[in-house]
Design a protein around this ligand. Structure first.
Ligand SMILES: Nc1ncnc2c1ncn2[C@@H]1O[C@H](COP(=O)(O)OP(=O)(O)OP(=O)(O)O)[C@@H](O)[C@H]1O
Length: 276
């Protein structure tokens, strides 16, 4: 429903430069039932940088990512300990509502998940409604264009904004999902293997998009693709779960050092493809 000029609420300035916020995990521990799957992970994901989470299957990368925007708590058997500080404030603290955390910290999943029957235009602005933000039609038009441009999709869809999101290719759908996340102006964007279902060309376009977005959104990406981690991230984190042990961080540092001269032999083995 469109609104009049008087009751328009614009969540933030849609133009101009915004302050970039970092995210800090402090002693984050996770359980499913009684099984601990992450043990005291502390990490500083720096503002305006891409942090890549790497490590073999089952070491807790996705669980860690879900904790960063309070999705872990939606799983019935799941529990967690520790803190997640967004610009110094704990998103699990008493003053923080779930919707606020989700608004500030967006997520893009492995499999593109646009609303297939909804138009491209409505997909982009769907999150505004879900988070209770009301904007006028002209502001919506601006948001749709800006977010599609930033997601690297505008030129391909500008003449068919009323067509269903489900009619796009896989790579285009993933960029539509990125645009949808951007519409609610998150401070942080979490990406869980965003290119694993995409062909190399679409992957390259998404990587270019990531490089542009990071100027004003802090990005945390899980990837199994070492070349991708090396290309897109400034910081890399190597997670590992030893046999029958919970996952934890083995090494964390600037990406060139993690790939070029890792300190821990387990990191070296992993990044050089000797296991996992
Ligand atoms: N919903 C769940 N219920 C119970 N255990 C779970 C659940 N989700 C994940 N786990 C377990 O938690 C551990 C960490 O899983 P997680 O998916 O976080 O690892 P990952 O590093 O992201 O793996 P992958 O790279 O394969 O996606 C694994 O042992 C997994 O079996």
């Amino acid at each position: 429903m469109d609104t009049t000029a008087q009751d328009v609420f614009v969540p933030d300035s849609y133009h101009g430069h915004r302050e970039v916020w970092g995210l800090q995990a402090v002693e984050v521990t996770a359980w499913f039932g009684t099984r601990m799957v992450l043990d005291r992970v502390s990490l500083h994901m720096r503002a305006g940088e891409v942090t890549a989470l790497i490590g073999p299957s089952g070491c807790g990368k996705s669980t860690f990512l879900r904790i960063l925007n309070r999705m872990h708590e939606m799983i019935p058997s799941a529990s967690m300990g520790g803190e997640v500080l967004l610009n110094g404030e704990d998103i699990y603290g008493p003053g923080w509502r779930l919707t606020e955390a989700r608004k500030q910290i967006g997520m893009v999943f492995q499999k593109p998940n646009p609303f297939p029957a909804m138009s491209i235009y409505d997909n982009v602005v769907a999150g505004l409604k879900l988070t209770g933000q009301r904007v006028s039609r002209s502001v919506k038009d601006d948001i749709v264009e800006e977010c599609l441009v930033r997601a690297g999709l505008w030129r391909e869809v500008r003449d068919r904004l009323r067509q269903p999101g489900g009619a796009l290719s896989g790579g285009q759908q993933q960029r539509l999902c990125i645009a949808r996340s951007l519409a609610i102006r998150p401070k942080v964007l979490l990406m869980d293997e965003p290119c694993s279902a995409l062909d190399p060309t679409s992957t390259r376009v998404i990587e270019e998009t990531i490089a542009e977005l990071v100027e004003d959104v802090t990005i945390v990406i899980v990837t199994h693709n070492m070349q991708q981690a090396a290309r897109v991230s400034q910081q890399a984190v190597f997670f590992l779960a030893e046999e029958n042990q919970p996952g934890g961080v083995v090494e964390f540092g600037p990406t060139p050092a993690m790939f070029g001269s890792p300190r821990d032999p387990r990191t070296a083995d992993y990044v050089r493809g000797r296991f996992g």
